[in-house]
Design a protein around this ligand. Structure first.
Ligand code: MHO
Length: 163
């Protein structure tokens, strides 16, 4: 199993999306990239720890490649809105790929450049690509949030898979 770590806005939706991707064994909502250890949702929302809401994806590389996951990441959110995803505004909603090792970093940058060159987005892609810092799982009530409560905040995997 390998791990991928993505920030693409509200983690409820990012987690829900990646759980549905064949080859993904687990997706956990959490925080990364800030200045404090074991942050709480309240602290992250207040915006002064600089953590991003992220999802740690555990996947079987024999069933789904890291490249495919990065490609899906770029399809499931808007990578051109800095510190904002839809109605959610703040640095915790930034578009970011935290990479595990140089090979993942190379793939992430290559996919980003390919999406930029495709002309899909008129505005520049602002997605950050950085070596993965520590990942802090979010509070239990944030895990599988949409499975428990319904709702959505990103495009569904089914919709992306059809396109
Ligand atoms: N707009 C969402 C953001 C939640 S997400 C876990 C809400 O507050 O309902 O950041």
């Amino acid at each position: 199993m390998e791990k991928a770590l993505f920030g693409a806005g509200c983690f409820w939706g990012v987690e829900d999306f990646f759980r549905q991707v064949p080859g993904v064994a687990d997706a956990v909502s959490g925080y990364a990239g800030g200045t404090t250890t074991a942050p709480t949702y309240k602290q992250v929302c207040a915006g002064d720890t600089n953590h991003a809401e992220v999802v740690e994806v555990t996947f079987d590389p024999a069933r789904v490649s890291y490249e495919t996951l990065v490609d899906l990441f770029f399809k499931m959110h808007n990578p051109t809105t800095r510190n904002r995803q839809g109605p959610d505004v703040g640095t915790q909603y930034r578009s970011v790929i935290f990479t595990h090792g140089p090979e993942h970093a190379r793939v992430a940058a290559a996919v980003r450049d390919r999406v930029a060159a495709s002309g899909k987005w008129k505005a520049p892609i602002v997605t950050q690509i950085e070596p993965a810092p520590p990942f802090w799982p979010a509070e239990e009530y944030h895990q599988r949030y949409f499975q428990k409560h319904g709702g959505h905040c990103h495009v569904s995997y089914a919709e992306v898979a059809r396109s």
